[in-house]
Design a binder for this molecule. Structure first.
Ligand code: HEM
Length: 223
């Protein structure tokens, strides 16, 4: 059996895939947040719109984007599969594990539910912006540089109360998912993070997500 099929078919291989894709998705989130901060530049979105053109036309970034879509799907599908297998294995030992469960945090026990919420959030989010920008179906305004005005679409979207609430709920689920997932990925790779390292990854996750939350809040209340 090749190492590729072994990775996909063994439990440890699958756990490593979930951890590796999870860390890759976190690195995407850092870049995505930095890029999106251009929404606050106060130039009517010119820099943000130019950045969106670059991100969707540069061949290298386009290739990384395919890896990103694959990682989102692989992370979700394999993690849910592992959760089912784990649940089935525990079924007959429910009483034995109930004590252990009391010691694990609510977040760690709810990773599958939080992951499903985050997946639903990503689905909604891609439909809101990425789909229209990539595949059409919406008349975009054109900005002073001749680029399609994605900034105007973001600003308009976040004027809706439904969007504000849906984004904030999705972001809370993301923050909780990352707080546990980030340190859990290190554990899967054999590193046993100490309390301080766990606190650093937890705070990092919270600050990252707060950064995203500033965007819907800014456009809803202040723009
Ligand atoms: C709340 C603040 C956010 C804003 C304003 C925002 C904005 C955008 C926009 C305008 C796009 C389409 C343009 C493009 O494809 O480059 C996009 C794409 C995307 N966003 Fe976000 N985003 C936010 C948060 C998030 C979060 C929290 C996630 C993940 C949990 C996420 C995941 C994605 C993905 C996967 C894409 C497609 C990227 C690609 O095709 O390479 N975004 N976002």
């Amino acid at each position: 059996m090749s190492w590729v099929s072994q990775t996909f078919t063994s439990t440890i291989g699958r756990k490593l895939l979930v951890a590796a894709t999870g860390l890759f998705l976190i690195s995407f989130l850092i870049i995505h947040l930095i890029g999106n901060l251009q929404l606050f530049k106060g130039d009517d979105g010119l820099a943000f719109n130019a950045y969106a053109v670059f991100m969707t036309s540069n061949p290298l970034i386009k290739t990384v984007s395919y890896l990103l879509y694959f990682s989102i799907l692989a992370h979700a599908v394999i993690a849910i599969y592992l959760w089912f297998v784990n649940r089935k294995a525990r079924g007959s030992e429910r009483y034995k594990v109930s004590n252990a469960n009391e010691n694990s945090s609510w977040i760690s026990r709810s990773m599958a539910l939080l992951g499903i919420l985050v997946f639903a959030f990503i689905f909604m989010h891609l439909k809101d912006f990425w789909y229209y920008y990539k595949f059409g179906g919406l008349e975009f305004e054109i900005d002073a540089n001749g680029n399609r005005d994605l900034y105007a679409l973001v600003a308009e979207q976040f004027k809706s109360t439904f969007s504000l609430v849906a984004y904030l709920v999705g972001l809370v689920a993301l923050a909780l998912h990352l707080v546990h997932g980030f340190q859990s990925a290190f554990q899967t790779f054999g590193l046993n993070p100490q309390k301080t390292a766990k606190q650093v990854t937890a705070w990092f996750s919270i600050i990252l997500v707060l950064g995203f939350a500033t965007m819907p809040v800014y456009f809803y209340f202040f723009a």
